[in-house]
Design a protein around this ligand. Structure first.
Ligand code: ADP
Ligand code: ASP
Ligand code: MG
Length: 468
């Protein structure tokens, strides 16, 4: 299949009947020119609602569960009525009722067991995407664009890390081609659910919050797409989160490496793992605004000509810094460090920043707040003996921290950039707690005190002239 375009529409881009019409219009317009497959998120805020419902079920709050399910049903039925012509509404409403009943069945099980088994959570939360795919496919058909909703659990094969699964590309390639290429060849537009997949033996999984971007890149690679367009609610990848820095500007081009670093360090505009599947085949990506489709957006490509200095600054507020220090000079710091990192890796914890003192007798790593409890558990059990015998000081945790990261391929060629960044942060009287910079000099990661994070981001943005 030549010239296939994969497009992904995020939650706000399918957040109402009006937004679904726009998204479907964009899809139909492109389909008139070339083969198109789309990947859709759940309607905005629906994944949060589904997760909240499951938590209520686990806590035994039946009334809360029912109230949430009523909200879920009403939002989708109202969208159905507003979106579809009368003759299609009954069929679509039946599809909605079926999916919501499925969600209720799973949530009901959690209510009974007072438990949220990760595998059932994944099956239940993916229903948000299945609901939006159903509505959009129905609308496209009503508008004369043949379309079919496809549950990604049928075609995206993953490992069994529930809640944060990784794709297995070979079986995904085989399954997605077998299912989608015949549709595309018959001129039918596949509307694939983002966010979800299933293990080889059919257990439902999800790819992590914000994972629909990743779904779209997985399918782009599996189908050898010519391009991937990611439709969102801002004009592209910007020099900072515009909600935090009003003077942030759109970056017209960024490299895969820059985009990946930005995403890993908190730029929510892309799921961190989006770029990985695209690198091998060098599939270009565009990040575009579905609220202003005429704007060019950001092009993400393997490399760009003249890279110039620091290009963007990101931040993560919900992080914690864990420090470890051997108490006995006989104990090798490097050895403790290796054991600690291994334990975190086995617990599937992502270490965002790692930093150690020159003699490696004191080191710290930054993890997401959601992963703090399991990080602590993993470290305490891996170092149980050393802790019990006071060979290692008690594990220290600082939750009053935030991560700021400055990204740009060209920083290496610009001496003094790091110094200017540190000066700008200090001028705001924000405490710098740890610093990490890889040898590629693509990213400078700085852990600062939490209450100064936003101030520091704005100061760095201004100091590096990113708004120009
Ligand atoms: P979608 O639902 O389309 O996936 P997201 O909410 O996940 O959209 O991501 C888009 C949001 O990312 C924007 O509204 C913006 O506030 C935020 N964001 C954070 N950092 C950046 C950045 N550097 N450039 C653009 N947007 C950013
Ligand atoms: N709906 C999922 C979430 O909110 C996936 C996505 O939107 O990308 O996390
Ligand atoms: Mg997103």
């Amino acid at each position: 299949m030549n010239d296939l375009l994969v497009m992904k529409f995020g939650g706000t881009s399918v957040g109402s009947a009006e937004r679904m019409r726009v998204a479907a219009g964009i899809a139909a317009e492109q389909k008139a020119r070339r083969p198109v497959a789309i990947v859709v998120s759940a309607m905005s805020k629906i994944t949060d609602l589904l997760l909240d419902t499951l938590r209520r079920a686990e806590a035994g709050d039946q009334a809360g569960l029912e109230a949430n399910v009523a909200k879920l049903r009403e939002r989708h039925l109202a969208t159905c009525r507003e979106l579809l012509p009368p003759e299609r509404q009954e069929g679509a409403a039946e599809g909605i009722a079926y999916l919501i009943a499925e969600f209720q069945r799973i949530a009901g099980g959690m209510l009974m067991l007072n438990e949220m088994p990760p595998r059932s959570v994944d099956e239940a939360v993916a229903i948000g995407e299945r609901l939006s795919a159903l509505l959009i496919a129905q609308y496209l058909n009503a508008q004369g664009t043949p379309a079919e909703a496809v549950n990604a659990a049928e075609i995206v094969v993953t490992d069994a890390v529930f809640g944060n699964a990784s794709p297995l590309m070979e079986p995904t390639r085989a399954k997605s081609r077998a299912r989608l290429l015949p549709l595309l060849e018959h001129g039918i537009l596949p509307v694939v659910t983002g966010f979800n997949g299933a293990t080889a033996d059919g257990r439902p999984t999800t790819l992590g919050r914000g994972g629909s971007d990743f779904s779209a890149s997985i399918l782009s690679a599996a189908l050898d797409a010519a391009e991937l367009w990611i439709w969102t609610d801002v004009d592209g990848i910007m020099s900072a989160d515009p909600r935090l820095v009003p003077s942030a500007v759109v970056l017209h081009e960024v490299t895969y490496a820059e985009a990946a670093e930005l995403a890993y360090n908190g730029a929510k505009v892309l799921h961190p793992r989006t770029l990985a599947p695209l690198i091998e085949k060098q599939i270009p990506v565009w990040s575009k605004n579905s609220f202003a489709p005429e704007k060019p957006g950001t092009r993400i490509l393997p490399s760009i000509g003249a890279a110039t200095g620091a290009r963007a600054v990101t931040s993560l507020a919900r992080v914690a810094l864990i420090s470890l220090q051997p108490a006995s000079p006989e104990l090798s710091g490097a050895h403790v460090m290796a054991r600690a990192l291994d334990a975190l890796d086995r617990a599937n914890v992502e270490v965002l920043v790692f930093s150690s003192s020159s003699y490696r007798q004191n080191f710290c790593f930054l993890v997401r707040t959601e992963e703090l409890a399991k990080s602590r558990q993993a470290l305490e059990s891996a170092l149980a003996l050393e802790l019990a015998h006071d060979y290692v000081y008690p594990i220290q945790v600082d939750e009053q921290v935030g991560l700021l990261a400055v990204v740009g391929e060209g920083m290496q060629g610009k001496p003094g950039t790091a110094g200017r960044i540190f000066t700008a942060i200090s001028r705001e009287k924000v405490n710098i707690i740890a610093i990490a910079q890889g040898s590629s000099e693509l990213t400078i990661a700085i852990v600062v005190s939490r209450d100064g994070l936003e101030k520091a981001v704005r100061a760095v943005h201004a100091e590096c002239g990113m708004g120009q």
